[in-house]
Design a binder for this molecule. Structure first.
Ligand code: NAD
Ligand code: LMR
Length: 342
């Protein structure tokens, strides 16, 4: 068993400026969404059309982006919307000059599938998009939504390494939906306002690798509540996949979560301090155990991940959860690296 004890202590500074904060920043950023016509891509584009920090919203997909862009472009907010498809170097034009690239391209799960079952289709899609980003927008902050996130983030990183443009601070796996779910589920039990529930979720983004740190809240839970909540947060994605019964996975809540995460990147990009989000990044926390990527609270800055926070005080149960997550993460990461490195 990999030992979690060594690296779990240290400063915990979660939630200082997480959800629902705002600040005045200039409207100058170009944000590109790759997979913009999809179930996540469309509502995410709609939410970002309302974002005052964005001057250009650049939508790329293999289909339908001209229509999605034309539709959104009639909304009376300041940003300009452009739509691209692969023809005429569409991907290159979509991402050139982008400050932020968000990637929700790829297929979603059907009931009975794991996120890892998406690897065969999505890994190649993400790899190709990463190749283009490494060539045409190597300095962009890149937020990966496509599953399996535990593997797709290492894929993007390896592609950037291959092109000699790798900066680990700029590549993020979006795990915000786990945080959104955690705050909602806790608020349902405690009858509180979800916006007041600042919950750190660490590890990765699939099943046992999703580890909510509920012991760090100012709530007491019965053992039963604590375990049931943890289980629900770890399996929130399955709940939606099952309810959608073959019509895909979470799209609307994911668009909300990705819009929030993108807004945090924008705030940090424009110099706001103390912007902290849990996100899956290249991390030293468990690197000595051979796990080079891990989600934890990260302070965002103009150049990406400025500071990775340690996990803080954990309950014995949470230590067990982390120990269960690590071998799974290791496998997922190795699978992603292998796809690029061979
Ligand atoms: N990180 C998370 O928390 C989280 C949450 C929900 C879903 N997801 C993942 O997000 C991905 C997208 O989900 P969805 O429901 O939007 O799927 P979807 O099928 O509705 O949309 C995916 C879009 O990607 C496009 N696409 C496919 N190949 C492409 C390529 N090479 N370049 C550009 N676009 C391409 C498709 O045309 C489609 O419009 C899935 O992998 C899903 O598992 C992740
Ligand atoms: O569950 C999925 O496949 C989609 C996503 O990762 C989620 O957590 O909703």
């Amino acid at each position: 068993m990999l030992c979690v004890q060594k690296r779990i202590f240290g400063a915990f500074n979660g939630g200082a400026s997480r959800f629902f904060s705002s600040s005045a920043v200039s409207n100058s950023a170009k944000v590109a969404i790759l997979g913009a016509s999809g179930g996540i891509g469309q509502p995410l584009s709609l939410l970002l059309k309302h974002n005052e920090h964005i001057s250009t919203l650049s939508l790329y997909d293999i289909v339908n982006t001209p229509g999605v862009a034309a539709d959104l472009s009639h909304i009376n907010t300041k940003s300009k919307v452009t739509g691209y498809i692969p023809e005429n170097d569409g991907l290159k034009h979509a991402i050139t000059g982008a400050d932020i690239i968000v990637i929700p391209a790829g297929v979603p799960r059907k009931p009975g599938m794991s996120r890892d079952d998406l690897f065969n289709t999505n890994a190649g899609i993400v790899k190709d998009l990463a190749e283009a980003a490494a060539k045409y927008a190597p300095k962009a902050l890149l937020a990966v939504i496509s599953n399996p996130v535990n593997s797709t983030v290492p894929i993007v990183s390896e592609v950037f390494k291959k092109h000699n443009v790798y900066d680990p601070k700029r590549i993020f796996g979006v795990t915000t939906l786990d945080v959104v779910r955690a705050s909602r589920f806790v608020s349902e039990i405690k009858n509180t306002d979800p916006k007041d529930e600042k919950i750190t979720v660490v590890g990765g983004h699939s099943g046992v690798t999703i580890v909510p740190l509920l012991s760090q809240l100012n709530h007491s839970f019965t053992d039963e509540e604590y375990k049931a909540l943890t289980h629900r947060i770890q399996n929130g994605g399955d709940e939606v996949v099952k309810a959608k019964a073959g019509a895909g996975s979470a799209t609307l809540s994911m668009a909300y979560a990705a819009s929030h995460f993108t807004n945090s990147l924008l705030r940090a990009l424009h110099g706001e301090k103390n912007v902290i989000e849990p996100t899956y990044v290249r991390s030293e926390l468990f690197a000595p155990d051979g796990i080079e990527y891990f989600a934890s609270n990260v302070e965002l800055g103009p150049n990406g991940a400025e500071k990775i926070f340690t996990l803080g005080k954990l309950s014995d149960y949470e230590k067990e959860l982390i120990n269960a997550a690590l071998p799974q993460l290791k496998k997922n990461i190795e699978k992603g690296v292998k796809l690029v490195v061979g």
